[in-house]
Design a protein around this ligand. Structure first.
Ligand code: NAD
Length: 263
């Protein structure tokens, strides 16, 4: 067990990739605070995982809610070893020409508040406990952190900004805290978009034939499940496996090997 007795906070833990990370971390011996805005999803997760999990309902855009999640880890489990920033919104490929200027402005504010500010506030909240444990941050990025076409300009810029957070925070927080990212490709999840773009109630899998696009268009010709991406989180979180690793993003999307970006 690579994470035996470690304690994690995972944001956006209620479904999709975040939930898969929580389940895998628990299998690896960790105890986890699952932080999500959806109380319904958190209830289902708690029913399934029991004592390995504490849940905190809140919004990653709030410093106070991030503080509550990290405080819960210390109160309930005595420490914090890894903070996984993962909650995100997608823009459903809304392009610059096709988006009215007022929606670009309000959509930017909402999407960046979750995808970028949320990670920054999470890192800030986790800082004292991670310093004490010599722990690490792992941020969920995307193929859109490196390549165009995995979203519109709002999403792609937000995930590129995530690379900047990984590099700058790794630089500022060394040598106590390691900071890394994981860049998954497409998967069928409950991923939503900004309400400002009218995308709060639509999930990626219902709007885009994501499994088909991945099976046909990704280098390895598979339609990944969230579980397929979580190994990199375990590797980066496990001190004994990644002592020398900071400031890097593991690209698990396979998109870099395509002659031309697809999907
Ligand atoms: P998901 O919607 O299933 O999971 C995200 C969770 O975050 C949801 O449970 C949601 O309730 C929660 N959340 C959203 N906004 C929140 C907020 N303000 N405060 C607290 N919780 C909030 O989607 P997913 O696909 O598992 O997304 C997880 C991460 O993976 C995101 O960062 C996303 O950008 C990234 N990603 C997804 C894909 C894909 O194709 N699905 C591809 C690459 C990267």
């Amino acid at each position: 067990s690579w994470l035996q007795d470690d304690v994690a906070v995972v944001t956006g833990a209620g479904s999709g990739l975040g939930r898969a990370v929580v389940e895998r971390f628990a299998e690896e011996g960790a105890r986890v605070v699952a932080f999500d805005k959806s109380e319904d999803k958190l209830r289902l997760l708690k029913e399934s995982l029991g004592d390995a999990v504490e849940t905190v309902a809140g919004d990653v855009r709030s410093a106070a809610d991030n503080d509550r999640a990290c405080a819960r880890a210390v109160e309930a489990f005595g420490r914090l070893d890894v903070f996984v920033g993962n909650a995100g919104l997608w823009d459903f490929n809304r392009s610059l020409p096709d988006t009215p200027a007022d929606e670009l402005a309000s959509g930017f504010d909402e999407l960046f508040a979750v995808n970028v500010k949320g990670y920054l506030l999470g890192a800030k909240a986790a800082l004292p406990a991670l310093r004490a444990s010599r722990g690490s941050l792992v941020l969920t990025l995307s193929n859109a952190a490196f390549y165009p076409g995995g979203g519109g300009p709002l999403y792609v810029a937000s995930k590129h900004a995530g690379v900047g957070l990984v590099k700058q925070l790794a630089y500022e927080l060394a040598p106590e805290i390691r900071v890394n990212g994981v860049a998954p490709g497409g998967m069928d999840t409950d991923l939503r978009g900004p309400a400002a773009l009218g995308l709060a109630d639509v999930a990626i899998g219902t709007a885009v034939p994501i499994d088909e696009l991945m099976a046909r268009g990704s280098a390895l010709r598979i339609a990944p499940r969230p579980q397929d991406y979580v190994g990199a989180y375990v590797l980066l979180a496990a001190r004994a496996q990644s002592r020398t690793v900071t400031g890097t993003v593991v690209d698990v999307s396979s998109f870099g090997t395509l002659p031309r970006h697809q999907g």
